[in-house]
Design a protein around this ligand. Structure first.
Ligand SMILES: C[S@@+](CC[C@H](N)C(=O)[O-])C[C@H]1O[C@@H](n2cnc3c(N)ncnc32)[C@H](O)[C@@H]1O
Length: 358
């Protein structure tokens, strides 16, 4: 550890984390959070409302994304009408984006909300952000097309770390494209500009069962569940919000079996069925597992692979962050255990750059 890092106080370390998150938000499409978090870092160092809200949570490890927990709590208040002063500057809550250079309106509103509603926001610091990113379905759909191109059987879709299970309805979303497209253009979820490079095979996808498991499953049909999911989308990211709202509408009419349970439990409880593909899928989830849990997942996948036959087939498909950057989309199918890297996606799924098929 560098000397300067050793000398940093918990307040200074946390302010640095807020600045790093500010830069990350700016880079992945939220200038609003980029600006608010830079100002929040200054406010923390000055002992303002941010310091009051974060008291007792300073120096949390970077992976804890403390900044996003705090902003998620404030966003929920804006969305639910309990912080109208903040809603006025959040497009997600009907407000406007203040584009005047150096404007302090949004920051002044956030500061007021943090100061006046500290007790409502602090509980949000206790749990990690629950993002169910619908854009990742762009990779899942491409994977399912590759699966059914191998054998045209109906699919039982199983997702571990499914959050609210929105992507268990991926087959009902639409991916429009110039050279290849998928789905009904009237779907409430249209994933524009989602596919680049080589295109997935032209095949038919029929999903006959939807099973999801998550340690902290969110009910997408409940008002609380919807508010939680929306609160973790950044308020100026209109495309992500539109995708989420569309997927919530699909979830309302298409049921899924969503269970509150560990990935190990989900994987060990499924059995392959004759006349079907069982497709096990996960996205941006593996990083939350410790070594033992990873080994259990790998063991469960291997056991299902071994049980697969040409009649009862098994596929393992994932989109996960790699150490070298980017998120490969990887498909392995059984019998046979053929492993393919189908392409690479952004962490929010769009765009997916598909490898050219050989
Ligand atoms: C970043 S979210 C991704 C959610 C979803 N896969 C997506 O891409 O939108 C990670 C999810 O993994 C869940 N999770 C973490 N550890 C888990 C475990 N051992 N078993 C099941 N779910 C877990 C969390 O509760 C969270 O919902």
């Amino acid at each position: 550890m560098a000397h300067s890092e050793l000398n940093r106080s918990p307040t200074e370390s946390t302010a640095l984390l807020l600045r790093l998150q500010s830069a990350a938000c700016r880079e992945i499409g939220s200038p609003l959070y980029g600006d608010l978090l830079a100002r929040a870092a200054d406010d923390l160092l000055a002992g303002g409302p941010v310091a009051e809200v974060l008291a007792g949570h300073l120096h949390t490890r970077p992976a804890g994304v403390l900044a996003l927990r705090m902003l998620g709590g404030a966003h929920a208040l804006a969305l639910s009408g309990r912080a109208p002063e903040l809603a006025a500057w959040y497009p997600s809550a009907g407000g406007i984006i203040d584009t005047a250079p150096g404007s302090l309106h949004a920051w002044a509103a956030l500061k007021q909300t943090l100061a006046e509603q500290r007790d409502a926001i602090r509980p949000w610091l206790d749990w990690p952000p629950q993002t169910n990113e619908v854009g990742r379905a762009a990779a899942l759909i491409g994977g399912l097309l590759n699966v059914t191109a191998q054998a045209g059987l109906p699919i039982r879709l199983v997702e571990v770390g499914a959050s609210a299970g929105l992507n268990l309805r991926a087959d009902l979303f639409c991916v429009p494209g110039d050279t290849s497209s998928y789905g009904d253009p009237d779907s409430p979820v249209v994933l524009s500009h989602a596919w680049q490079g080589g295109v997935p095979p032209d095949a038919r996808v029929e999903v006959i069962e939807r099973i999801g498991g998550d340690l902290a499953a969110i009910d997408p049909a409940s008002a609380d569940g919807r508010l939680t999911l929306t609160a973790y989308v950044w308020p100026d990211q209109r495309d992500r919000l539109a995708r989420l709202r569309g997927a919530l509408a699909v979830a309302e009419r298409v049921p899924a079996d969503l269970r509150t349970e560990s990935a190990t439990r989900t994987v060990t409880s499924i059995e392959l069925l004759p006349g079907t593909w069982t497709v096990l899928w996960h996205s941006i989830f593996r990083q939350y597992l410790d070594e033992a849990q990873r080994a259990e997942l790998a063991g469960g996948v291997a056991a299902l692979g071994q049980a697969a036959t040409t009649k009862a087939r098994f596929a393992y498909l994932y989109l996960e962050q790699s150490r070298s950057g980017g998120c490969p989309v990887v498909l392995t199918t059984w019998p046979g255990g053929r492993r393919q890297v189908l392409g690479t996606a952004s962490p929010h799924g769009i765009p997916v750059h598909w490898n050219v098929r050989s």
